[in-house]
Design a protein around this ligand. Structure first.
Ligand SMILES: [Zn+2]
Length: 305
């Protein structure tokens, strides 16, 4: 038995087994082409038996029919790792890829989904309804304006002092200052829960907006947030179309059952003049940073009506 001794053919298709790094199931070598068909949760994949693999291949052949009839109606790009989700509205299908080359899910296999800003619920959807929770991100970003002005003033001051110093001592310039106060949230977290033989949960995330670390600006932040939210809204609408077409939508405000909403930042600013706040939001709406609905919701909330 030398290094190049022949491996037995693939027990599934009789094909050739590559001579290095070949995959095994229950100690038997499987050809790359058969093994490459596996698309299931890691835990299930790691415990796959030969019989389990044969059952999976039957499922795979069936799923091929869904791949064949898949017509892409909507494609949503998600996050920097380039997660893409495609939807087929006609056949009520979706697939976590840019082409229907991975497992295609039928809408009814999705039991529910949640979308959070870090750990704070933003959307929750199931056949029972699509719930939209009030986000505090916009006002928390706006509450950072004084810190940001302070940073910009300090930075300007340092620059001016450096200019006055110029030429006196070599290399004495103050190091560049960077804005390092954390954003109102880090990521949008999406969780999909299935009733499916090979998938229970799929999680993916999308980075929230970031402040520029040399010239942070609240309006820039809100503009990026707005475009992120447009993608999120598209995603929610797409899941509703394929999975919960009859679900009612409802908005849940601060009086709702979300314990994590209402963070330190918002409770620290109780002396807000409602009218002044509304004016600020109106300006944001006029600049196209927030929508008319968002403005109305904010107005009602501030006026307590
Ligand atoms: Zn094979």
């Amino acid at each position: 038995m030398g290094l190049f001794s022949k491996k037995p053919p693939c027990p599934i298709c009789g094909g050739k087994i590559s001579w290095f790094l070949s995959s095994k199931i229950e100690g038997e070598y499987i050809c790359d082409s058969c093994y490459g068909k596996i698309d299931m949760e890691d835990d299930k994949k790691n415990h796959l038996t030969m019989q389990g693999f044969r059952d999976y291949l039957a499922f795979y052949e069936q799923n091929q029919q869904l791949k064949d009839k898949f017509v892409i109606s909507e494609r949503i790009d998600f996050g920097i790792l380039d997660t893409k989700i495609i939807f087929d509205y006609q056949n009520k299908l979706f697939c976590m890829s840019k082409n229907p080359d991975k497992t295609v899910f039928e809408g009814e296999q999705l039991k529910y989904f949640t979308i959070k800003e870090d750990n704070t619920l933003l959307f929750e959807g199931s056949a029972a309804g699509i719930k939209r929770y009030t986000s505090t991100v916009i006002e928390r970003a706006m509450a950072m304006a004084p810190q940001i002005s302070q940073f910009m003033m300090n930075r300007q001051m340092t620059r001016t002092l450096d200019k006055l110093d110029d030429g006196k001592v070599n290399g004495s310039a103050t190091p560049m200052q960077f804005f390092d106060i954390p954003e109102p949230f880090d990521k949008f977290n999406v969780k999909l829960c299935f009733d499916h033989p090979y998938w229970k949960v799929i999680k993916c995330d999308m980075d929230g907006p970031r402040f520029d670390n040399t010239t942070p600006d609240v309006n820039d932040y809100l503009r990026s947030y707005q475009s992120n939210m447009e993608e999120i809204e598209k995603l929610v609408a797409a899941f509703k179309t394929v999975a919960f077409p009859r679900a009612q939508e409802q908005s849940i405000g601060f009086g709702g059952n979300v314990g994590t909403v209402g963070t330190i930042q918002t409770t620290e600013t109780p002396h807000v003049d409602a009218i002044e706040e509304i004016k600020k939001y109106k300006a944001l709406m006029e600049e196209g940073i927030i929508t008319h609905q968002e403005f109305d919701a904010k107005k009602r909330q501030l006026l307590g009506i």
